[in-house]
Design a protein around this ligand. Structure first.
Ligand code: PMV
Length: 335
């Protein structure tokens, strides 16, 4: 039997990093998805094929007159992605007290490891497909919980934000607590026309989380007050979103970007895309995800074309994102 599911990527409208320290966040699923197909095997092995992770592959450099090649790969990022598959299968098997060898195939419509929550989509997609293959139909809360355990185990630290949005979809207001996170699915009266800009990421989520932790250890009052301010921005942003006030939401995104920059997780390339989008008329723009390169998002109703050009001019790759897409969903089950 072969089960295929898909899970969406996400953009954080407001609140990444602070959400790891218990502050709320506002996050939307996007219409770019990651597909996980799981097929049973007769033995107990796990074989994973990654077909298209939008990771720049192999770079070969050679000098004229020399036989030597310098080979660079993004092998690390592929291995990282695989770690989530493996852990998700291990955690699901334990949860169900049942297991099977499987062939797993992953295909992504978005760059992996770039701030769009793809590690959560891999975890959630694998858990959902694998548990279905074993004949179980877990409810979304359970899938999100096992997904969060997977991220925690692979990364060392993670908020429940990415796995919740990848499971539930839509736009969520999420407040972590020591027990079950408080999750509110927001009913929006307005569309959120956005453009995402992508630039290659220089660091991993786990490294950026560590960077913030180290900064907080050396300057706790400063960092805690930044986190607190991000939390207020999220609360005011939620109200603005619910009353359809995209101007205020945009302003808060700008404030949030400044605070993320203060935490040291933005980069020159991200900043270039963020500021050029604003010059092109975006209501607000900020980096999204852990940072260190990767993705930014611009809220830009009616200015999408101009913002796309502005992002391209500074060397980023833009794409339009429809926000508030479906959560994890079954695509097919073949005997
Ligand atoms: O860059 P991503 O897609 O892994 O997002 C990370 C978001 C953080 O808030 C920085 C971490 C987390 O677990 O919430």
């Amino acid at each position: 039997m072969k089960v295929t599911v898909s899970a969406p990527g996400k953009i954080t409208l407001l609140g990444e990093h602070a959400v790891v320290y218990g502050k709320p966040a506002l996050v939307s699923a996007i219409n770019r998805r990651l597909y996980v197909a799981v097929e049973g095997r007769s033995d107990s092995a796990i074989r994973v094929s990654a077909l298209d992770l939008h990771i720049p592959g192999l770079i070969l450099t050679f000098k004229e007159g020399s036989k030597d090649y310098l080979i660079e790969t993004d092998y690390d990022r592929i291995v990282d992605a695989m770690a989530y598959v493996r852990k998700a299968i291990e955690i699901s098997s334990k949860h169900l007290a049942s297991k099977s060898g499987v062939n797993v195939t992953i295909r992504s419509e978005m760059p992996v490891g770039a701030g769009l929550g793809t590690s959560a989509a891999i975890a959630v997609g694998t858990i959902s497909a694998y548990t279905r293959l074993l004949g179980h139909d877990l409810d979304p809360e359970e899938i999100a919980r096992l997904g969060h355990m997977t991220e925690l185990s692979v990364q060392g630290a993670a908020s429940p934000m990415d796995t919740a949005i990848s499971t539930m979809g839509g736009t969520l207001f999420i407040r972590p607590t020591s027990g079950k996170p408080k999750i509110e699915k927001l009913r929006l009266g307005v569309g959120l026309p956005a453009v995402v800009g992508y630039t290659e990421r220089e660091s991993r989520t786990s490294d950026l989380l560590k960077r913030v932790k180290v900064l907080r250890e050396s300057t706790p009052k400063v960092v805690d007050s930044i986190m607190g301010t991000i939390g207020y921005a999220v609360e005011e942003g939620k109200d603005a979103l619910l009353r359809g006030d995209l101007e205020v939401l945009g302003r808060l995104m700008n404030v949030n970007h400044g605070l993320l920059e203060a935490l040291g997780v933005s980069s020159k390339r991200l900043n270039d895309m963020v500021y050029s989008s604003r010059s092109a008329g975006a209501l607000g723009s900020k980096m999204t995800g852990a940072g260190g390169g990767g993705c930014m998002v611009a809220l830009c109703p009616g200015r999408e074309d101009k913002v796309e050009i502005a992002i391209r001019v500074v060397g980023g790759e833009p794409f339009r994102a429809a926000l508030s897409g479906d959560g994890v969903r079954m695509e097919s089950a073949e005997k």
